[in-house]
Design a protein around this ligand. Structure first.
Ligand code: SF4
Length: 476
């Protein structure tokens, strides 16, 4: 429901006096996938001259269904894709879409629509590629867009916004409120982004694509005053938001003085609990403390693996475990005093891990502070990333197969690569932490016992199919 990219593109087009209608597709998980009734879109499609679709790799199958539906029923209408999937793999996207935006859309979307409207050659629009008579035309790439303060506010109008959830439903405040009440607080949370880019270059992440395009991933930020102005504007309009989620890849890339300024202005003008994502490399006490005073309630940080070998050789993450442990220990001291939640991310079911690597992740989790929470994600090979290329080369996945677009965060996801005792232990501990958080300290000795060599030897004698079934069951 937050869909910041689509809301920004819509706002840019509206500012240039184009008429835009936005449709948000209801979220579906693979195991409860139900075809949206695309015929519901007919009244909108009949009055539209152009369809822009925001595509994440995770949802590419739905983008293909929509695009095929439009091409079949309205062969003259152009369908243009943008978003992370197109940035990663423009050519794969052009197999379905008439055109793609494969880099920043800020400067080019209005240019493209103006050219189309005035009959000029839109096929030359920079940052875009087109499918022309069966071949692909990829245009020049502009340098990364830096003037973020010049952008309009995200389009949060209710008029001309719709939700497609079996039926096409006009957007209301209530739908917006309920759609924003998400994990981990399940209260309406307003998501925003105050910067673009990440200082890291993890091999499974879309950020690699910017490094491939530009040689580096330039960090670009909105000024603090601009961030506060937009937050104030939108939060005044919708009084139901209870939290703010800052979705920057690493909020602590900002210098300390800017963070102090943000904390001051945020406390004075917004004063809602908020969350950020950081990395152990950028963690600094002097950045934490002003934010805690301003209402910081959630810190999310990637760990990904308890094996230094996997972090370096497989994930290309130059964030050492000792540094991560030190940051976690430091943050632990603030948790009780400020009611701060620490949420750590781990990736499992990676075919490049040994059982030894997996048990190191298990032990890392057992060593976490009792109040820390953690997410378990299943490794997804996203097209356009170095790890995807490596998996294709090693015969682990095939290009454009369903595996490539694996649903990485769904409960009940099936193990593919690591159907073994060690992975089962990680899923078991996650289940226990979720169901019985207060009992964990008492269970620790038992859990460590389960990870000891005799249990692992005994566990290795049980067939992998057993662990696959059991893991699916407990991850629900
Ligand atoms: S730290 Fe996160 S956002 Fe940055 S490159 Fe790694 S996975 Fe991507």
């Amino acid at each position: 429901m937050s869909s910041d990219g689509s809301r920004l593109i819509s706002a840019l087009l509206k500012r240039a006096n184009h008429h835009v209608k936005c449709v948000f597709f209801a979220r579906r998980e693979p195991h409860d996938h139900e075809e949206p009734d695309l015929s519901e879109l007919v009244p909108l499609l009949e009055k539209s001259e152009l369809v822009l679709v925001a595509v994440y790799s995770r949802y590419v199958i739905r983008a293909i269904e929509l695009t095929n539906y439009i091409h079949k029923n309205y062969p003259k209408k152009l369908v243009i894709w943008g978003g992370p999937h197109c940035i990663s793999v423009p050519e794969l996207s052009l197999a379905y879409a008439d055109g793609v935006c494969f880099s920043d859309g800020d400067e080019v979307v209005v240019d493209f629509v103006n050219r189309l409207e005035s009959g000029k050659n839109y096929l030359e629009t920079p940052n875009m590629g087109f499918s022309v008579n069966g071949s692909f035309k990829i245009n020049e790439t502009l340098p990364p867009f830096t003037d973020l303060d010049s952008l309009p506010y995200y389009d949060y109008d209710l008029k001309d916004h719709f939700l497609l959830d079996k039926k096409l439903i006009p957007m209301t405040k209530e739908i917006l409120r309920d759609g924003h009440a998400v994990y981990p607080f399940n209260k309406p949370i307003f998501f925003t982004i105050t910067s673009r880019g990440c200082p890291h270059n993890c091999s499974y992440c879309n950020n690699c694509r910017f490094v491939a395009m530009f040689g580096h991933n330039k960090i670009r930020s909105y000024s603090v005053s601009r961030v506060i102005k937009e937050l104030k504007y939108t939060l005044d309009k919708f009084d139901f938001f209870r939290l703010v989620g800052i979705g920057d890849d690493d909020f602590f890339v900002r210098p300390t003085e800017e963070i102090e300024d943000f904390a001051k202005q945020y406390k004075e003008q917004i004063d809602l609990p908020f969350g950020i994502a950081i990395s152990a490399n950028t963690y600094r006490r002097e950045k934490m403390e002003p934010l805690l005073g301003a209402g910081l309630k959630l810190i999310q940080m990637g760990v990904q693996s308890g094996s230094e070998r996997v972090l370096i050789e497989v994930y290309n993450r130059k964030i050492s475990l000792s540094r991560t442990r030190a940051a976690i220990k430091d943050i632990e001291a603030y948790m009780k005093k400020y009611g701060l939640m620490l949420l750590l991310d781990f990736i499992i079911d990676n075919p490049y891990e040994t059982k030894e690597d997996i048990i190191q992740t298990y032990n890392f989790i057992l060593d976490l502070p009792p109040k820390a929470t953690f997410n378990i994600f299943y490794l997804a090979f996203f097209p356009g990333t170095p790890l995807y290329e490596r998996a294709i080369k090693d015969g682990i996945i095939e290009e454009i197969e369903e595996n490539s677009f694996r649903f990485y965060s769904s409960s009940g996801t099936t193990l593919r690569y690591q159907k073994n005792y060690e992975t089962f232990l990680i899923l078991l501990v996650k289940k226990l932490y979720t169901r019985f958080p207060t009992k964990i300290p008492r269970l620790l000795t038992f859990l460590r016992f389960l990870g000891s060599t005799p249990f692992r030897v005994a566990g290795s004698m049980i067939p992998s199919a057993f662990y696959a079934g059991l893991s699916k069951l407990i991850s629900r």
